[in-house]
Design a protein around this ligand. Structure first.
Ligand code: C5P
Length: 363
């Protein structure tokens, strides 16, 4: 390729997973979505997306890692056109129009590589995070910019969780997902254990079940969510967060709906609580369950306990096969780690050699 993009090296983005520490459903909206009040945190567990300009006619996506095409053996595959990365590239190109470094024609095709580490359809937001990373990375590849309004409208058009990832950092998420208020008060890095049984849960099915049985959320969950958001906005240490684990684990309005869609998850959640002697939370619409620990090493130990119990059959796992079990931590943006004014860290260390990595990344 010749022209303004010829000399560029790959643009790399880390795409973190998320947890919902609380999830209050306020009610159904006229557009069919639900208004939420939810505290989201990004995790150091992440996918990695690498983008290069390509001479081809269309964007391409090559995927590796876990799980691709239903395989968990690290097989490789190419994403279908419905993959959120390809949709994000197309939507960003439309929004940029001729306003890129080599304009006024349309921005060129991109060859994307996605290394999946986040289980899919698991309540961890992996696909949405990949989409936010693709949006941001494509702008860098093309030497293009979008103002905040245009960027937000591309993000929310891709999915309700995408604006959270596009903003970066712990946040209160409201509306359908488009209102994101950063919460800068978390101090320290609690250990987080994730356990995802090998069963996919459809988010639309869970919201449909919620609408059928309840329609509006429990006021107590909304109060817990508001309280946690206010504390995380002003200042909360790791031990305070651990002390609130019981409240957070109960603060998900989707729990009764998930119990209808995936009944096996509830006995599994109880069995996990008996095994670990800790409150067990549900992320989003599941099926990922989470446990918060004062330190990473305790989360690592707990992961070992769960793997052993799953392997020796003392913990019955819903679905077919082994669960995804990972010890991770909450990822804080630089502004919260060292007080630097950089509030929107997106690039991994590969894209800016010599610069300090903007996110802590799992080894
Ligand atoms: O926006 P996204 O594609 O991630 O949403 C998936 C589905 O989840 C929607 O079609 C809708 O059924 C449900 N949803 C909702 N309210 C939200 C977010 C998602 O009802 N705030």
């Amino acid at each position: 390729m010749t022209g303004p993009l010829a000399a560029l090296t790959p643009v790399v983005r880390v795409a973190p997973a998320k947890l919902n520490l609380t999830l209050a459903v306020i009610g159904r909206r006229p557009d069919g979505y639900h208004d939420l009040h939810s505290v989201f945190v990004p995790l150091t567990l992440c996918d990695r997306l690498s983008l290069v300009p390509s001479a081809g006619a269309a964007d391409t996506l090559h995927m590796t890692g876990f799980p691709v095409g239903g395989r968990s053996d690290g097989g490789a595959g190419s994403g279908g056109a419905d993959n959120l990365v390809l949709r994000a590239l197309a939507a960003t190109r439309r929004a940029v129009g001729g306003g890129w470094a080599g304009g006024p024609g349309p921005a060129p095709a991109i060859a994307a590589r996605l290394d999946k580490r986040i289980p899919v359809a698991a309540g961890l937001g992996g696909g949405s995070s990949d989409a936010a990373a693709a949006l941001d990375g494509a702008l860098e590849v093309w030497g293009a910019e979008l103002d905040d309004h245009a960027r937000s409208s591309v993000a929310v058009g891709l999915g309700s969780d995408v604006p959270f990832f596009a903003a970066g950092g712990p946040a209160l998420v409201e509306g359908r997902g488009e209102r994101v208020t950063p919460l800068h008060g978390l101090r320290g890095a609690p250990g987080i254990l994730l356990v995802t049984p090998p069963v996919a849960v459809s988010t639309p099915d869970v919201f449909a079940a919620f609408a059928a049985i309840r329609g509006t959320g429990d006021g107590a969950v909304r109060l817990s969510s508001a309280h946690l958001a206010s504390e995380l906005g002003s200042g909360l240490g790791t031990s305070d967060l651990v002390a609130r684990a019981g409240v957070m684990a109960a603060a998900n309005d989707l729990l009764p709906a998930v119990a209808l869609v995936l009944p096996e998850l509830m006995p599994f959640r109880r069995a996990l609580s008996r095994l670990l002697h800790r409150p067990i939370g549900l992320s989003g619409s599941g099926p990922t369950l989470w446990v918060v620990y004062p330190s990473s090493s305790e989360a690592v130990q707990a992961a070992e306990t769960v793997r052993t119990a799953a392997a020796d059959g003392s913990l019955a796992i819903p679905g077919d096969g082994a669960p995804f079990v990972a010890a991770t931590t909450i990822a804080l943006p630089l502004i919260m780690l060292d007080g630097s004014p950089e509030s929107r860290p997106r690039a991994g260390p590969e894209s800016s050699p010599g610069a300090s990595p903007p996110r802590r990344i799992d080894p």
